[in-house]
Design a protein around this ligand. Structure first.
Ligand code: SF4
Length: 155
């Protein structure tokens, strides 16, 4: 193997390692009852301390690697969800949090609801529960990062 190829491989591995050990996440409520959102907030409190895994929740989709979605997608939120997803740089990942994000949950069939999150944008990992506990949300994020690491996201 040539030295350049070796260097390229090393660079790709380092980029993947960096990306999966310090991801930034943006949270979007596309129609949730706020139950799931409160549990997401709990993950960044000192009790659960999501940042110990290098994960930072911040405000802009332009700087985010992970989109954390809660709730079903309402007709009003559909365009916003698409716009947020398109604003994120690649490679990007989507975590659907809660039964409503996964299936529409209790909001299924409502006149103002389009449906589950993966009916609008691709979803990489699902966290079930109504609402899921903070431990389950953290577990979902870590599983998503493991998956990204195994796939060598930055290559
Ligand atoms: S899964 Fe439960 S807590 Fe979360 S948005 Fe739906 S109804 Fe609310």
């Amino acid at each position: 193997m040539r030295l350049e190829e070796l260097w390229e491989q090393l660079e790709a591995r380092l980029a993947t390692w960096g990306r999966t050990h310090s991801p930034w996440a943006v949270h979007f409520n596309s129609g949730s009852c706020n139950g799931c959102d409160i549990e997401i907030l709990a993950t960044i409190t000192p009790r659960y301390d999501l940042e110990r895994f290098g994960v930072k929740i911040q405000g802009s989709p332009r700087h985010a690697d992970i989109l954390v979605c809660t709730g079903p997608v309402t007709r009003q939120a559909r365009e916003r969800l698409l716009r947020i997803y398109e604003q994120m740089p690649s490679p990007k990942f989507v975590l659907a949090v809660g039964t409503c994000a996964i299936s529409g949950g209790v909001f299924q069939g409502c006149y103002n609801v389009v449906g589950r999150v993966d009916a609008v944008i691709p979803v990489d990992m699902y966290v079930p529960g109504c609402p899921p506990r903070p431990e389950a949300i953290i577990d979902g994020i870590l599983k998503l990062l493991e998956k990204a690491q195994a796939e060598g996201v930055a290559t």
